[in-house]
Design a protein around this ligand. Structure first.
Ligand SMILES: Cc1cc2nc3c(=O)[nH]c(=O)nc-3n(C[C@H](O)[C@H](O)[C@H](O)COP(=O)(O)OP(=O)(O)OC[C@H]3O[C@@H](n4cnc5c(N)ncnc54)[C@H](O)[C@@H]3O)c2cc1C
Length: 481
């Protein structure tokens, strides 16, 4: 993208230098002690003045590297320049041309390794333009304003597409196909749409009202959502195509099958997979007792195993559920933790203990079968492994025990075979993920797939990017027909 084709202001060298002197504007946050006792959102957003000032930090590079690093190809310099002029709804309209979920991506996208990671200011060590905060700002601005920014829908094509799963991959494919005039039906296993956005990521990071608002926007575009529809059980893909008149299918069912440690004691009472713990808390609203009476163990001494976003979310949820002490047990060092830096810092600020270079080897229960102790071993870092990180190696005779009354295992998730095993001719790899080409085309005629069910557990924006790519080729296919 250049100044010519996108109308980004060309700055004078003086103006560019001036902009480079402005420091990044932080976002106000709830106080760490106070927020440990409530489920309200931690980050409080920008006001209009701060947003405009932050957008004015963009130095309008001739080639926008930020945009090149965005899997859904948002016109980032374009929307920043509109915010800098105070044209907030125009900025949102520009974002929505590519991304129907800006309030979500603005909050939970790993910007530090995507758009912001590629920002020229970041490379100069000056702190990237806060692209995520600004994307969130314009989306929130619309939500609080009586004026709305609707996505335009092309005239009806008469073609019908089934989307299986309503996570970020499915929602993005749905938005793009509906925008192009196709009739889109989403089939979702749960009673609510959103996938991990609803059942996984907690309220204090991504308020559910925000997710619902953005999904309502899709429904206003004509997308129909069928809840409690487990495809592979209620209907098969063959039925959707051959009996229900769908012209194409996109599979975006995620990778929600929890992994376990495979050690003694994992079936004790009080040992949860993060998936179950977070689903009980978020989707089934256990955190909102007595309004919702969902059973969940409220531990006093909670131990979370893992070092990703899921581990941080579980630990911070347990704290808010009333735990006196929450500790994260992770087998590598802080540097190798896959969680977003912001989530690690927030967890540290809230008083979560990090037991690094530590690995559980056995879980011990009391006489009633409830978890009581975790036997651990200390680790050191060895050679680099296939993931590019140094392999953790146990240190001999370093075993020790920690007492705990609730253990949450957050060491990743895999592919659920329910749908794939009921779909003949769908090629899978050895881990059960669907094999596709670059555009998401599967081995099965008229069927595309994207998101975690193809890549394994990844990120919201990569799932959205996959949904977008497939929507584009499904559209080409439908137009050819
Ligand atoms: C707790 C947690 C925190 C995370 N935090 C972040 C973060 O901060 N930033 C980030 O970028 N990523 C984060 N991730 C990862 C990110 O959420 C996922 O990569 C992303 O949601 C994958 O999107 P998806 O659409 O492929 O699948 P999902 O979001 O998993 O959605 C799949 C949907 O398909 C439905 N489904 C499954 N099987 C069927 C079936 N047979 N029939 C019908 N429907 C079905 C499911 O119910 C679900 O609604 C997090 C993940 C978790 C679990």
């Amino acid at each position: 993208m250049t100044h010519d084709d996108k109308k980004i202001p060309a700055l004078t060298p003086q103006e560019r230098k001036k902009r480079m002197l402005i420091t990044r504007h932080g976002m106000t946050e709830q106080d760490p002690v106070a927020r440990g006792t409530n489920f309200n959102e931690v980050n409080l957003g920008y006001d209009t003045q701060t947003a405009t000032a932050e957008a004015k930090r963009c130095i309008c590079c001739p080639v926008a590297q930020c945009m090149k690093n965005c899997p859904v190809n948002i016109d980032i310099p374009g929307f920043l320049s509109l915010i800098a002029e105070g044209k907030f709804m125009d900025a949102l309209e520009l974002i929505k041309r590519e991304n129907a979920l800006p309030a979500i991506t603005g909050r939970v996208c790993p910007q530090e390794i995507q758009c912001e990671g590629a920002c020229a200011l970041c490379k100069m060590g000056k702190g990237a333009v806060a692209i995520g905060h600004l994307e969130r700002f314009v989306a929130d601005y619309e939500r609080q304003s009586p004026k709305k920014c609707f996505i335009k829908v092309a005239p009806a094509t008469g073609k019908k597409v089934a989307i299986i799963g309503s996570g970020p991959a499915g929602l993005t494919a749905a938005a793009d196909l509906a925008r192009l005039g196709h009739k889109v039906h989403i089939f979702e296993a749960f009673h609510k749409p959103g996938g991990v956005l609803i059942y996984g990521i907690p309220e204090f990071r991504l308020p559910k009202e925000t997710v619902e608002y953005e999904i309502n926007g899709l429904q206003q575009m004509g997308v129909k959502i069928h809840y409690n529809h487990v495809i592979g059980t209620i209907h098969t893909i063959t039925e959707l195509l051959d009996e229900q008149g769908f012209n194409a299918v996109f599979i975006g069912i995620g990778a929600g099958l929890p992994r376990f440690l495979g050690i003694t004691g994992e079936n004790l009472n009080g040992v949860y997979s993060a998936n179950e713990y977070l689903t009980r808390s978020n989707l089934m609203k256990a955190y909102d007792f007595p309004e919702y009476d969902t059973p969940i163990k409220k531990g006093k001494q909670v131990t979370v195993v893992g070092g990703g976003n899921v581990a941080m979310d579980s630990a911070r949820t347990a704290l808010r559920m009333g735990a006196k002490k929450v500790q994260i047990v992770y087998r590598r060092s802080r540097q190798e933790m896959p969680a977003r830096e912001e989530e690690i810092v927030h967890a540290e600020e809230e008083g979560i203990d990090f037991m690094l270079l530590t690995n559980p080897v056995e879980l011990e229960g009391d006489e009633n079968g409830w978890i009581k102790n975790m036997q651990c071993v200390q680790m050191k870092l060895g050679e680099t492994d296939a993931s590019g990180r140094r392999r953790p190696v146990p240190i001999k005779n370093s075993e020790f025990s920690i007492s705990t009354d609730l253990v949450i295992i957050a060491i990743g998730a895999g592919a659920n075979p329910l749908l794939t095993s009921a779909t003949p001719d769908l090629k899978l790899n050895r881990w059960g993920y669907i094999v596709t080409d670059e555009q998401g085309k599967t081995s099965r005629e008229k069927v595309w797939a994207g998101g975690d069910i193809v890549t394994g557990a990844a990120t919201i924006i990569s799932a959205m990017g996959a949904g977008k790519k497939s929507a584009c080729v499904i559209h080409e296919y439908l137009c050819r027909k």
